[in-house]
Design a protein around this ligand. Structure first.
Ligand code: DQA
Length: 158
């Protein structure tokens, strides 16, 4: 989605982290790694600067409704959403409906490879309404999603 004026492509990205991701660094580090959420956000912030992103904002919430509201409010304010919905990925129809309702492209991100874990994690109810899913690469899942979002936005200007 292009924004700004006179052909200037303003890139505004919202990163949403779902339940329990505030515990990263101490939460099952053998699965999720040792980086804290703050570390991840800082790495994304740095990378966003080198990629020429104008705005990158971050929100973590343990509450489904807060994430639904953040997606609703992203309309017209952001060009892309990177979403790690945590466990909500596997059952939140409310989140899925919010993504489907708002014309902001979403990339689904997971630190772990949800397809090689417990059976219940292999289903993502949001997967059918997102642009794509990146999982299994730790913090690099987020970094890859950011690079892809920026590439998509650059292509939109041409
Ligand atoms: C997660 C995977 C989910 O199954 C889990 O509930 C999370 C984190 C991930 O990033 O690997 O909270 O989304």
């Amino acid at each position: 989605m292009q924004s700004g004026s006179e052909g200037v492509n303003v890139k505004r990205i919202l990163v949403l982290h779902g339940p329990n991701l505030n515990l990263l660094g101490t939460r099952e580090p053998e699965i999720y790694g040792w980086l804290t959420l703050n570390d991840i956000n800082e790495l994304l912030h740095e990378r966003a600067k080198t990629l020429g992103v104008d705005t990158i904002d971050f929100l973590q919430s343990n509450f489904e409704g807060e994430l639904v509201e953040a997606i609703q409010k992203a309309r017209g304010r952001y060009d892309f959403i990177l979403l790690n919905a945590g466990a909500l990925t596997h059952y939140s129809i409310a989140l899925r409906d919010a993504i489907a309702a708002v014309p902001v492209p979403v990339i689904e991100v997971h630190l772990s490879n949800i397809h090689r874990r417990e059976e219940f994690r292999r289903t993502s109810v949001i997967a059918p309404v997102v642009m794509g899913q990146i999982c299994g690469f730790g913090v690099d899942s987020y970094i890859a999603a950011l690079s892809i979002a920026v590439r998509k936005l650059q292509k939109d200007t041409k």
